[in-house]
Design a protein around this ligand. Structure first.
Ligand code: PLP
Length: 383
């Protein structure tokens, strides 16, 4: 494995995008550009057919990984694109939607926009509840016009996850769309489109699935109704009609797909499938760092520490200064609000946001020690 950290830099910003990518991924991108350079689905010549095969291979790999048939895999540019598609495609004026208090702006902003423009209303439920407490919370917020719950499977602001199985069951019982933002969980912990009650799962290709940036997917369950289009355009089929084709995936895939990225994503999915419990590995690393930092004075930790992310502030040093200090030590982390204002309100880090260390599959225990040493030095400059 070619390791980026061999150059001396330590990448710990995997919640933003994973890095490095497996060599199979980068090789597949280049191979696709060299040998499958036609437009997939737009011609019958050899280069177009090879490109169509590349795209279909990835649909199959993703379908197997997320338990859904290949034609119900819709390629998107990222998670945000997928979430906008399903939220705006399913909701109608007058509808009510529940989002969680760990929602990323990729959920909060489309819903907020619909609330401003289209008479959609929303409420925020408390993430992390289970059993009777969860049911009581959701029932209390339910209205006759409630149509959808958008579940943020795992927060990106701190280690914290929500109960997908229970919310899926609730949605099934009450006939609601259940949309899953699996931006932080896909590739790390199981999330399947055939889980009870789930309508669609939106995932990035470029985080836990180890694909290139500019890739993402919507995985529609077999029972999900067709949702309205966010964009219309060429689909390579039914060209004489003014309507988008009525079937997935073409219905939602207007315009040329990012075939080289999809080629890389396919290898990323295969890599993750072969590796097994990657979530367990990153969870061990973040738990270790959490324990070390828990014992340090002058450190405030947010959320939990067990799902790959450690979110913290150093007393007397702003998150931006701390991240800058780590950067000068060759350690890449993110600081600020991580596009998740609701989550910072929940975790108590609203004032300045936090510093976020997010582990990836190629990080090791040695990396944890290096961060601890650097944070100890950063604490000294604050005294
Ligand atoms: N949802 C969550 C929980 C995220 O963490 C992110 C990105 O970090 C997104 C949505 C948006 O993902 P993307 O950058 O793939 O659009």
């Amino acid at each position: 494995m070619r390791r980026f950290s061999d150059t001396g830099l330590l990448y710990l910003d995997n919640a933003a995008t994973s890095f490095p990518k497996p060599p199979q991924v980068t090789d597949a991108v280049c191979r696709c550009m060299a040998y499958a350079g036609g437009n997939p689905g737009r011609g019958t010549h050899v280069l177009s057919s090879r490109a169509a095969d590349v795209v279909y291979d990835c649909r199959e790999a993703a379908g197997g990984f997320f338990h859904v048939s290949p034609e119900r895999v819709v390629f998107t540019l990222n998670t945000t694109h997928g979430l906008n598609t399903v939220i705006k495609g399913y909701l109608r004026p007058g509808d009510h939607v529940l989002i969680s208090d760990i929602s990323h702006n990729a959920v909060y902003r489309p819903v907020y926009r619909l609330a401003q423009l289209s008479g959609v209303s929303f409420d925020v439920y408390t993430a992390g509840l289970s059993g009777e407490a969860l049911r009581g919370e959701l029932c209390g917020l339910l209205r006759p016009e409630t149509r959808m719950i958008v579940v943020t499977h795992m927060s990106n602001a701190a280690s914290f996850s929500d109960s997908l199985a229970e919310i899926g069951q609730f949605c099934r019982e009450f006939g609601l769309f259940c949309i899953v933002d699996a931006a932080q969980s896909a590739g790390h912990i199981p999330v399947y489109a055939d889980m009870e009650g789930i309508t669609a799962i939106c995932v990035p290709g470029h985080k836990g699935l180890l694909g290139p940036m500019g890739t993402g997917m919507i995985l529609f369950s077999d029972t999900a109704p067709l949702c309205d289009t966010l964009m219309e355009g060429g689909s390579g089929i039914l060209s004489l009609s003014g309507e988008m084709p009525p079937d997935l995936p073409e219905h939602l895939e207007g315009g040329t797909l990012g075939t080289p990225g999809i080629a890389g994503l396919c290898e990323g999915i295969r890599f993750v499938s072969r590796m097994g419990d990657l979530g367990g590995h990153i969870s061990e690393l973040s738990s270790l760092l959490w324990e070390e930092m828990h014992n340090m004075s002058g450190i405030r930790l947010y959320g939990k520490g067990d799902s790959g992310i450690v979110s913290f502030t150093v007393d007397g040093v702003s998150p931006a200064e701390t991240a800058g200090f780590l950067d000068r030590c060759g350690i890449c982390v993110r600081s600020g609000y991580h596009c998740a204002p609701l989550a910072h309100r929940k975790f108590g880090s609203m004032e300045n946001g936090s510093v976020r260390v997010s582990f990836g599959v190629f990080n090791t225990v040695r990396d944890v020690k290096r961060v601890v040493d650097c944070i100890s030095k950063c604490k000294k400059i604050s005294i």
